[in-house]
Design a protein around this ligand. Structure first.
Ligand SMILES: NC(=O)c1ccc[n+]([C@@H]2O[C@H](COP(=O)([O-])OP(=O)(O)OC[C@H]3O[C@@H](n4cnc5c(N)ncnc54)[C@H](OP(=O)(O)O)[C@@H]3O)[C@@H](O)[C@H]2O)c1
Length: 207
């Protein structure tokens, strides 16, 4: 039982996490953290027990008030936010100050291998605060084929990615949402680990 704040609640993964957490028997209070609460209330009206709070990563002055009473957070990084020091450092500090004890962070496959990508920086920040965490490191979203990559496919009939010789595969966002929901609900069984999730298998990595 507890209050779970979902950031990026109107995005690909946030919506899926809410869907999987919103089963009739849940004892958790799920709160959608969104920039536009009116729009979210309308779009998520099927989830009758969902709470809403105005949450903006770019407004650190509001973090303390929003995080009061939150036990657990599903944390994601909006794609346009790359200045981790400016936006995530105050947020992670506020999580610590407001006693939010559990973080499930949506990272990315391979985050541990690159010190410069934002997800790596956020993972290190979380570890430094010593708040219990679970890092979810999914591979490439299958839905990119119909969103960000769509025009490349339709117009150029090719997909170009900065992947070098790396091998990677696709995963459905629904699968990521389901795994995230399970980890949020059974946090203590899996805490302080990273999970690489792909369409092939979910691999638990060492602490
Ligand atoms: N695409 C991939 O293949 C892939 C693979 C692995 C990991 N990832 C990681 O997944 C993350 C993206 O997740 P996603 O696809 O679920 O997101 P998304 O669909 O791009 O949605 C972004 C979400 O962030 C919210 N947002 C944007 N700016 C905000 C702000 N200033 N304050 C509060 N909320 C804000 C948006 O809310 P509004 O409705 O208010 O705009 C929206 O809910 C990124 O960190 C990405 O690197 C992506």
């Amino acid at each position: 039982m507890g209050n779970i704040l979902i950031t990026g609640a109107s995005g690909n993964i946030g919506l899926e996490v809410i869907k999987f957490l919103s089963n009739p028997g849940t004892t958790h209070q799920i709160i959608a953290g969104v920039r536009n609460t009116e729009r979210a209330k309308s779009e998520l009206s099927t989830y009758s027990h969902l709470g809403f709070v105005h949450f903006d990563f770019e407004n650190p002055d509001t973090f303390d008030a929003i995080l009061q009473g939150i036990d657990r957070i599903f944390l994601m990084r909006p794609p346009h936010i790359s200045d981790i020091g400016k936006y995530f450092m105050p947020l992670i500090s506020a999580l610590k100050k407001q006693n939010v004890r559990q973080i499930v962070f949506l990272s990315v496959q391979g985050a541990e291998k690159s010190m410069i990508i934002p997800h790596n920086q956020i993972e290190r920040l979380i570890k430094q605060t010593r708040i219990d965490y679970i890092f979810l490191r999914p591979s490439y979203f299958m839905q990119n084929l119909t969103t960000t990559l769509r025009s490349d496919i339709q117009i150029n009939r090719e997909i170009i990615l900065p992947a070098g010789k790396a091998k990677f595969n696709w995963i459905d966002i629904e699968n990521i949402g389901e795994v995230a929901a399970i980890l949020l609900q059974r946090f203590n069984e899996h805490k302080n680990r990273a999970f690489e999730i792909t369409a092939w298998k979910t691999k638990t990595l060492k602490k």
